[in-house]
Design a protein around this ligand. Structure first.
Ligand SMILES: Cc1cc2nc3c(=O)[nH]c(=O)nc-3n(C[C@H](O)[C@H](O)[C@H](O)COP(=O)(O)OP(=O)(O)OC[C@H]3O[C@@H](n4cnc5c(N)ncnc54)[C@H](O)[C@@H]3O)c2cc1C
Length: 501
């Protein structure tokens, strides 16, 4: 088996340049030659702007600061996702990063609420998460380790809203400066080695032929290597995830936007609103079996938060996945699969995919056993995210359209129904291996949709109701104090831009 001396990354979207920057940063001095090929004639998807906190560890590893990314990508801060109209038409709740209140005596906070304040656990958690309280007040502040000793800060985390194009360009500059080879050309044909079925070379539209030992397919929905060339099977999730298209339409910037992604349910899908510092990203994700394209567009236009900046684009997709590693090709990004962006997971899956390449890096040749383990983990991770997304539909109580009635009654994977059952009976969170979302995220959903455990945990009685109420008052006071002194979200962003310039 050949040793890996040359890597070609195909595609220059978010996946391509995240992969390039990370690999060049890790292997730039190991003698491995890394080249990225993209065609400026084929546009990137151009959406993908809401992230989760792991994005920050991605660029920190590259030696890049939060301020730099905020300044270079028109970013704003993100403290969570606000779900409007999901449980029923008038409902609203936040899925915050970080968490709610804090635990006592190693017993989860939600157990105390369930015993002593069940009406708070039933959809009233927003103000008990520092992140959502700050965001809803239009504010943002980083913890000050000297002044802020309250345990509330142990539950604080944040992410970014980024301009996808600017982010890819920023990582392109970073990678080129570190020695990435770059080719702007369209791949016309892929040559296969007849002995082992491996990819041998790529024929480019300028007539050149380029060879490599390892190919990373970041070609987006085209999946030109993993799908079109190697014929790696795509497993569809259409049975459980019904949305399959989105209209995307940017509108003008909003003054001091709140540090939340907003996702608002409509009659056959939902609308995203992502505030950037120079514009607002909007889109309507919908199920084409339940709504036609014209109506979906009309709903988006009617619900834009600010004046439109560009015409809408229709993006069609099939939810699902494939095994990302096949022979000498590894798929990252949309070429490896797609889940609707309800929980902003695609960029995080790209990041985890890159970490997996590094964990299993085939420096001493390509090994079937390694491929199998790599694909097993990728599958588990993807399925766990799929289940979390299905949960959002399954728990709805809207009943006002065929779509919402259908998804409330549909069959769900066993892995998900077991989780819901255990929470309902015992307030217990099942955590499978390779799960992206920890129990706080599940708690946000159960609370937002009004699912409560039937029985309360007996150990909370050691603390007793009045002691818990006092502790709860203290948590509320701490949060109010921090929110009151925090600067506006826009002041924080302006400060970052100033520091970075
Ligand atoms: C509607 C929608 C909303 C989304 N929102 C979010 C979100 O909020 N948060 C999130 O994390 N993710 C989101 N995503 C996902 C996110 O956009 C993608 O995961 C991310 O942009 C990565 O895309 P990519 O790089 O895989 O593909 P692309 O951006 O499509 O890039 C493909 C690249 O391949 C190149 N290419 C293709 N064919 C060839 C060829 N023959 N020769 C040479 N080059 C070629 C193209 O030139 C391009 O550079 C969303 C996706 C969709 C569809």
């Amino acid at each position: 088996m050949p040793k890996i001396k040359k890597i070609i990354i195909v595609g220059g979207g978010t996946a391509g340049f995240m992969t390039a920057s990370s690999l060049i940063n890790s292997y730039g001095n190991s003698g491995i030659n890394i080249t990225l090929i993209e065609s400026s004639k084929i546009k990137t998807i151009g959406v993908g702007e809401a992230t989760i906190p792991t994005i920050r560890s991605f660029y920190h590893q590259l030696g890049i600061s939060d301020q730099e990314v905020i300044a270079k990508t028109g970013a704003t801060a993100k403290l969570g996702i606000q779900f409007n109209g999901w449980k029923n038409k008038d409902s609203s709740f936040v899925h915050p990063f970080g968490g709610f209140g804090h635990d006592f005596n190693n017993i989860g906070f939600w157990h105390y609420l369930n015993a002593y304040e069940p009406e708070i656990l039933d959809g009233g958690l927003d103000n008990l998460a520092l992140g959502s309280a700050l965001a809803k007040a239009g504010k943002f502040a980083l913890p000050d380790p000297i002044k802020d000793t309250t345990p509330i800060y142990a539950r604080f985390d944040w992410a970014l809203h980024i301009d996808a194009m600017l982010f890819a360009n920023f990582l392109k500059d970073y990678s080129l400066a570190k020695g990435l080879n770059y080719i702007d050309a369209k791949i016309e044909k892929v040559e296969i080695n007849e002995n082992n079925g491996f990819i041998k070379s790529l024929l480019l539209d300028d007539g050149k032929v380029v060879e490599a030992d390892l190919f990373i397919d970041c070609s987006g929905f085209e999946a030109i290597l993993i799908g079109k060339t190697l014929g790696n099977k795509f497993e569809s999730y259409e049975k459980h995830l019904l949305t399959n298209a989105a209209w995307a339409m940017p509108s003008k910037r909003i003054e001091n936007p709140i540090a939340l992604t907003k996702v608002t349910a409509h009659s056959a899908g939902w609308q995203w609103q992502i505030p950037l510092n120079h514009r607002t990203g909007n889109g309507h994700v919908f199920a084409r079996d339940f709504m036609n394209d014209e109506l979906a567009l009309q709903i988006l236009e009617t619900n834009l938060p600010s004046e439109k900046r560009e015409d809408a684009r229709l993006i069609k997709f099939t939810p699902g996945r494939r095994n990302p590693w096949d022979k000498n090709c590894i798929a990252i990004g949309l070429s490896s699969g797609f889940l609707e962006p309800l929980e902003s997971t695609a960029i995080a899956l790209i990041q985890n995919g890159i970490e997996r390449i590094k964990m299993f890096f085939p420096f001493d040749g390509i090994d079937e056993k390694v491929i199998k383990e790599h694909n097993r983990i990728a599958q588990k991770e993807f399925e766990r995210v799929r289940d979390f997304i299905i949960l959002h539909y399954k728990l709805n109580q809207r009943g006002d359209s065929e779509f919402w009635r259908y998804v409330a009654q549909m069959d769900i994977p066993d892995t998900l129904s077991e989780k819901i059952e255990l929470y309902k009976r015992r307030g217990h969170f099942v955590r499978y291996s390779w799960e992206m979302f920890h129990h706080i995220s599940w708690l946000a959903m159960y609370s937002g949709f009004g699912v409560l455990p039937q029985n309360h945990e007996l150990m909370v009685e050691n603390m007793g109701q009045s002691n818990f109420r006092n502790a709860l008052n203290q948590i509320n006071l701490d949060i109010e104090r921090i929110v009151a002194r925090a600067p506006l979200h826009s002041q924080f962003i302006n400060h970052c831009n100033k520091v970075a310039s």
